[in-house]
Design a protein. Structure first.
Length: 90
């Protein structure tokens, strides 16, 4: 991995952490428990008082909001990087 690729990966990772921190408490809990902690759906449902349908709906909506915000922030970040590179190349 090149230095530039490492920097981009680190920047993207920071963006994802920021998005997760800015999510609602419930979105953050569902996404973190399911995707990062890899807890089974049954455990999450039981501990959060959700039925299967509620869990799937909440998880789906949380993923969509996370994805939308990620695309928005990464586009903004990539645009900044483009202008910085363009300015330093001149």
């Amino acid at each position: 991995m090149s230095t530039e690729e490492g920097a981009i990966r680190s920047q993207n990772s920071q963006i994802m952490e920021d998005i997760l921190r800015d999510c609602s408490r419930r979105d953050r809990e569902i996404l973190t428990r399911f995707y990062l902690l890899e807890q089974p759906q049954e455990q999450i449902c039981e501990e959060m008082g959700l039925n299967d349908t509620q869990f799937r709906l909440l998880k789906s909506r949380a993923k969509q909001r996370f994805s939308d915000e990620g695309r928005r922030r990464m586009a903004k970040s990539n645009l900044k990087s483009f202008f910085v590179r363009k300015r330093t190349a001149s």
